[in-house]
Design a protein around this ligand. Sequence first.
Ligand code: PRE
Length: 135
Amino acid sequence: MARKGSQPRSARRRSSEKGPSPPMAGKAPAGSNDRQARMEELRRQIDATDLELLRLLNTRAGYALDVGRIKRELELPIYCAEREQEILTRIGKNNPGPLEEAAIRRLFERIIDESRRLERLAVQGPGSSCKPGEE
Ligand code: PRE
């Protein structure tokens, strides 16, 4: 499978340097074609899952933006610690793995961070901090 350009020039053997080929060179180990095909299939599944995640993350962000607009109308703060805690607890309880709870928590903390940031940007616009250079 090593196509030209798939490895750095320095790693390729020039024909002038080619001594005797190493044993098994050019011969794939038994079952390796199956494994490669399986790996490619799994990577296609990863790519498709990434696109689903992307769609879902943006759907979630859209809902958060709408909540942010309502908060502005009701003059409520963007940050709501109790709500964030509730979300993280529910996520932790419903996690089937294999990602461990701490990892899921980190991911969702990040997602919520970004929602908060988006809500603030939508509500306040960029550069509205009283400290210059901060959002
Ligand atoms: C959200 C974002 C910020 C808040 O601190 C709490 C939760 C979230 O992304 O889940 C959404 C939101 O603004 C809200 O539920 O109040």
